[in-house]
Write a protein that binds this ligand. Structure first.
Ligand code: UDP
Ligand code: MG
Length: 316
């Protein structure tokens, strides 16, 4: 069998050489037929020249491609999956947070017949706030969304050829791969490992991008938030009706009294805010339709060695 390793890299010059070395040592010991597919996601440091050099040095086992600009990790993973030719594919980060030593275990589990082998990380080394928010987020998301997302189960996983083909057949432009991995199903097995700190360079995540990622996850898979908006609207309308009856009733019984200014303002502002949120929610869905209908490719390749993966969405 042949194993492909897909590695998205964005400004990883500080660590890519070390990563490559460690990975090759591990793969060499395993005596498995392998290929490394590096995807340069529009880095502006020395990542690309390093990838060129690696591909030159290990011509038989290394391939790379480079995007015309930074498209994001999701498109980079997609490009790697499309380029990979192995019977099984492992997706790994370039920063050595995904220990290459775990590959052996993944392969063993693959050989037992699993199509997805997920290495689930602990959250050691994460900021405490990030950990707490993540916990909360996963709890919320799993009550909302149809697919199940597991905290800590990220992109470090092995996929069988069947699973890879299923993933690249999904044409959507907005790819929330945590959800897609779960959506495709197949025999899945998970094991835990201790998280390592990034070996060099720095994380590409900012707090804002994490929040955006969170919102993406919430609304990428169904229209349940819209349904919730309808229910909220209905309950508020019923409460308002009851309140109106009560006001009329008390006016009839006891005459009209003037106070209630603060209540009024609070209600107006509160409802105004709620309406904005729901409008925004509807807007998000429309925005997604807009992006999907453009049918733009997920990424553009500016350079690669030999076989280019097709960038066009599958339904174009
Ligand atoms: N990455 C990428 N494109 C991006 C951001 C990140 O290809 O726009 C790659 C990055 O080079 C690394 C992996 O995705 O190999 C994970 O990124 P990072 O370590 O910054 O994320 P974290 O581990 O902090 O979640
Ligand atoms: Mg990292």
């Amino acid at each position: 069998m042949k194993l492909s390793i897909v590695v998205p890299c964005y400004n990883e010059e500080a660590v890519i050489g070390r990563f490559d070395e460690q990975l090759r040592t591990v793969l060499g010991d395993l005596a498995v037929d392998y290929e490394l597919c590096y995807v340069d996601d529009g880095s502006f440091d020395g990542t690309l020249p390093r990838l060129r050099a690696l591909a030159h040095q290990h011509r038989a086992t290394t391939r790379y491609l480079s995007f015309s600009r930074n498209f994001g990790k999701e498109p980079a993973m997609l490009a790697g999956l499309k380029a990979a030719t192995g019977d099984a594919v492992i997706i790994m980060d370039a920063d050595l947070q995904h220990p290459p030593e775990l590959i052996e275990r993944m392969l063993d589990l693959y050989q037992l017949g699993h199509d997805q082998v997920i290495a689930k990380r602990s959250r050691d080394g994460d900021r405490r706030l990030r950990t707490a928010l993540s916990r909360l987020y996963y709890r919320a998301v799993n009550t909302w969304v149809d697919v199940e997302l597991v905290d800590g189960a990220g992109d470090f996983r092995l996929l069988s050829r069947k699973a890879v083909d299923a993933l690249i057949s999904l044409p959507e432009y907005n790819r929330f791969s945590k959800g897609l991995f779960s959506w495709i199903g197949f025999e899945t097995v998970t094991f835990d490992y201790r998280n390592a700190a990034r070996k060099a360079g720095e994380t590409k995540w900012r707090f804002g991008s994490l929040i955006n990622y969170g919102i993406d996850g919430m609304i990428s898979f169904n229209c349940r938030p819209l349904r919730a908006a309808i229910y909220t609207g209905l309950s508020l309308a019923s409460l308002a009706t009851l309140y109106t009856f009560w006001v009329i009733g008390s006016a009839v019984a006891g005459g009209v009294t003037a106070p209630g200014y603060v209540t009024l303002v609070a209600i107006i502002v509160g409802l105004g805010g709620l309406q904005m949120v729901m409008l925004g929610l509807i807007g998000e869905y429309i925005g997604r339709i807009y992006y999907e209908t453009k049918r733009r490719p997920h990424f553009l390749v500016k350079e690669s060695d030999g076989a280019l993966p097709t960038a066009a969405p599958a339904h174009a």
